[in-house]
Design a protein around this ligand. Structure first.
Ligand code: MCN
Length: 808
């Protein structure tokens, strides 16, 4: 179901929420008016380039910067010895036995991944800075590297970081244990004994070894930063490609030891993030330090190669998973063991991703009585991992949905019916899973039924049989995904190790003219917040959409904020704006009652009009009230002038969107080629603020999920060299790779926020990979192919067919 967009002047205040109004941010983005960080110019501005390690693992014997220093146009060359940065790259999420190795802003004696920063050059021109970097001579002593998380924790693996004392041991323990050098953490969730019992009494089991390959995010705009230091006021202004400017301000304050109120972070137009622009990287700290040191504005923009090497990567899991079932195909247990690569150092939110964002979703849409998940996080000689669209949840749902498909195969049941049989029943919400989270709401069968109907399931299965007779292999793959998003609530996040709250702030200011500026602490970078937030505020205040402006991404304008990731903006930021708008209406109601000489209880509010109950002719519009609120000649007693309100919204729980995606493919066993016949996505994200934006988010997410399933994958060689470090070697999915998509929805509101909304930004990416892999293995069932690791290249599909000689 595709909705047509409408123009803003066609909007009707009664239906502004739920209308597919055109994205208001697009005209400037598509006509070149948008201003990205790299577009910013300042008088006397200099440019920074970073010398990065060419080796995956090496000691640094010597760095000779003399040639670079002598080059015309070079302002300064700095190594770790020159930097007097008090802090290190911070870790924002702690686990009980987490090892947090030192991560200095520039590497000192040793580099641990290709791309590790060694020195910086500040120069009058960008090209000079890069030339000077090339002129720096580093004497390395190469060391053996390890790039696989499972191998990294073996005894004979090259060690990246020294063993440390086990932080969970206390003085009372008889012996203080040590955490081995490459082990970042050893974490588990669920009930191991109950799971063992489920397997001991299982009538049927299924198991699989699978890799969730390392991915490299490719936002259109690479990371960039421009810093300006004002010695007079000791203020630092930092423009940067940020998904969370307030968090970057807070972390930067600690790293540089500059008070937070002296740092002004601005995220101008940001060309996509997909999680890649959440973390605190060394680079923005370097730019800031260089600006302070040189007392000149300094700009740095990553080259595409630098983005590949040093932007945080995603996924990189090696997993063994098992499913236990009774004789009727009822699931009784699931056991998961995962090795997760952290890369060379801990990135800001990395510890949370293969643990709390992963293990807690292993129940999927299913009523599984016993689950146990064990994750070992390992340091490896690769770029650090962190959030990448979905972050932990795609990895979890990939495991769940592959296991469910293999469970159905073991039971010789139809995969849709096996799913239906094991769904959490609709009357069992809120549903407490055995892996800590409580799903607030859900109703899984309608989405499945709709998807089955859309693909014409019964006919498809018949056609599959007929085609097999002709030697053609059609496959149907299901993905019944769930996700936990709307990242908040602070109390829960705190219990799980977050070093920050996860509320969101919203400020709604109604000007004396009745026009509105609303400020939110989220920071959109492609999601259409200026449109959807204006829809929310317009609906709450009854003020026309075109009279409402949205401001995000500037720490001086917006009181505080937590940013945009974890599909939290609609559920948490949107709710903060809705709550502030409601407070504005409450205050305006008091003023209206006073001005109309009526009791407050007699005032009704609808579509921006306050009227006296039973006397509709006595009414005042909210925009008129705003004028009176600032004129302040006749205010009710105890009410201050002005009309603006702020909220810090902090919900009780995550939100849990879900859906059914179905991929239909034909696989050629002779060549390994996969051709899409159909892709159907039925998503339940609660009420949709803007169905067209929701559809766009689903399309984009599915495209990235198909990218993972079929094309993408970072490849490091044994020395830690990234062999897929460019767009030529790393296939980013293009329009021609993406099939026709049919989307539809069901609506199960979340009880946890005033809008009932659930996030959509990551849904497609979480859902799509397993839909594709399940479709391809379904097509190849006659060849006995149970599993193929992603990406499903023609070669790997062909090999799987030929390794299994079971063709009939
Ligand atoms: N929305 C809606 N109705 C709902 C839910 C959401 O209309 N029921 C709208 C929202 O108002 C918002 C958009 O859909 O305009 C996405 O909302 P939400 O799901 O809250 O996600 P966020 O805005 O917090 O965005 C983060 C999410 C993530 S985590 C990644 S990664 C991602 C994604 O968004 N990165 C993106 N989508 C992206 N889209 C673009 N263009 N670029 C990225 O980098």
């Amino acid at each position: 179901m595709s909705s047509e967009t409408i123009e803003s002047d066609e909007l009707d205040i009664e239906s502004v929420l739920g209308s597919s109004v055109e994205r208001r941010e697009d005209p400037s983005l598509i006509t070149g008016e948008a201003e990205y960080t790299d577009d910013i110019q300042r008088p006397e501005m200099t440019h920074m380039a970073v010398l990065r390690s060419q080796h995956g693992h090496a000691e640094i014997n010597d760095i000779n910067t003399s040639t670079a220093e002598a080059m015309d146009g070079v302002v300064g060359v700095y190594t770790a010895d020159d930097l007097d940065v008090p802090g290190e790259v911070p870790t924002g999420w702690l686990l009980p036995d987490l090892k947090t190795p030192s991560h200095t802003i520039l590497a000192k004696d040793r580099v641990r991944y290709q791309g590790d920063g060694i020195a910086v050059v500040v120069a009058e021109e960008n090209a000079i800075a890069h030339d000077a970097v090339a002129a720096i001579d580093v004497d390395y002593n190469r060391l053996d590297a390890v790039t696989d998380p499972k191998e990294a924790v073996e005894d004979d693996a090259p060690v990246l970081h020294e063993p440390t004392e086990d932080p969970t041991d206390t003085e009372d323990d008889e012996e203080i244990g040590t955490v081995p050098g490459n082990q970042a953490f050893d974490w588990e969730i669920g009930d191991a004994d109950a799971t063992d019992e489920a397997f001991a009494s299982a009538a049927h089991t299924a198991e699989v070894d699978l890799e969730n390959q390392r991915l490299i995010p490719n936002p259109m705009e690479p990371r960039a930063a421009m810093a300006e230091y004002k010695p007079g006021t000791e203020e630092l202004e930092l423009h940067m490609t940020s998904q969370n400017p307030h968090l970057h301000r807070q972390l930067m304050s600690g790293v540089l030891d500059v008070p937070e109120h002296k740092i002004h972070v601005v995220a101008p137009d940001v060309g996509g993030g997909f999680g890649n622009k959440i973390a605190h990287y060394p680079d923005e700290a370097l730019v800031s330090w260089c600006a302070k040191e040189t007392e000149r504005p300094v700009k740095w923009t990553a080259t595409r190669s630098e983005s590949y090497l040093t932007g945080t990567h995603g996924r990189d899991h090696d997993t063994h998973a098992e499913l236990a079932m009774d004789e009727d195909g009822v699931i009784t247990g699931m056991r998961v063991e995962t090795y997760a690569s952290m890369g060379a150092y801990l990135s800001t939110f990395a510890p949370a991703i293969p643990t709390y964002l992963y293990g807690t979703l292993l129940s999927g849409q299913y009523d599984i009585p016993a689950i146990h998940c064990h994750v070992i996080g390992a340091f490896t000689n690769n770029a650090p991992t962190d959030a990448y669209r979905g972050a932990g949840r795609p990895e979890a749902l990939y495991v769940v949905e592959r296991m469910i498909t293999l469970g159905a195969r073991e039971m010789e049941m139809d995969p849709a019916e096996f799913r239906r049989k094991n769904f959490i029943p609709e009357d069992d919400f809120p549903h407490q899973t055995p892996v800590a989270v409580s799903y607030d709401s859900g109703d899984y069968e309608p989405a499945l039924d709709k998807a089955l109907d859309m693909v014409g399931y019964d006919d498809l299965r018949e056609r599959q049989e007929e085609l097999r007779e002709e030697g053609r292999y059609l496959g149907i793959g299901f993905s019944n995904y769930i996700e936990a998003c709307g990242l908040a609530p602070s109390e829960l996040a705190g219990q799980l190790g977050a070093q920050a709250g996860l509320w969101e702030s919203g400020l709604v200011r109604v000007h004396p003219t009745g026009k509105v500026t609303a400020f939110c602490g989220t920071s959109g970078h492609g999601q259409g917040h200026e449109t959807t937030y204006a829809q929310i505020v317009s609906d709450e205040l009854g003020i026309p959409y075109d009279d409402i402006e949205i401001v995000e991404g500037d720490t001086d304008e917006i009181p505080q904020g937590m940013g945009t990731y974890g599909s939290r903006s609609a559920a948490v930021g949107g709710s903060a704006l809705a709550t502030s708008s409601q407070k504005v209406v409450e205050k305006a109601k008091k003023i209206a009652a006073h001005l109309m000489e009526a009791g407050e209880g007699d005032i009704e509010f609808e579509n921006g009009e306050f009227s006296v109950a039973g006397a509709p002719e006595r009414s005042m519009g909210i925009q008129e009230i705003a004028g009176q609120a600032y004129l302040a000649h006749d205010m009710p007693e105890g009410i201050e002038p002005g009309l603006e309100e702020t909220s810090f919204y902090d919900p009780d729980n995550f939100v849990f969107p879900f859906g059914t995606h179905v991929a239909v493919v034909e696989v050629d066993p002779e060549t390994g080629e996969i051709e899409f016949e159909n892709y159907v996505a039925v998503d339940d994200v609660g009420p949709q603020i803007n169905p067209k934006i929701v559809e766009g988010q689903v399309h984009g997410g599915v495209a990235q999920g198909i990218g993972q399933a079929m094309y993408e994958g970072a490849v490091y060689d044994d020395n830690g060299q990234l062999t897929t470090g460019s767009m030529q070697d790393y296939t980013v999915p293009k329009a021609e790779h993406i099939p026709r998509m049919e989307t539809d929805s069901t609506v199960t509101p979340s009880p946890h926020n005033p809008l009932g909304v659930k996030g959509v930004g990551e849904a497609g990416t979480i859902a799509a990979p397993q839909a594709v892999v399940n479709a391809v293995t379904d097509a190849l069932q006659p060849f006995g192919v149970d599993h193929i690791d992603m990406p499903l290249s023609n070669e790997s599909v062909w090999q799987a067919v030929n390794e299994n000689a079971a063709a009939d």
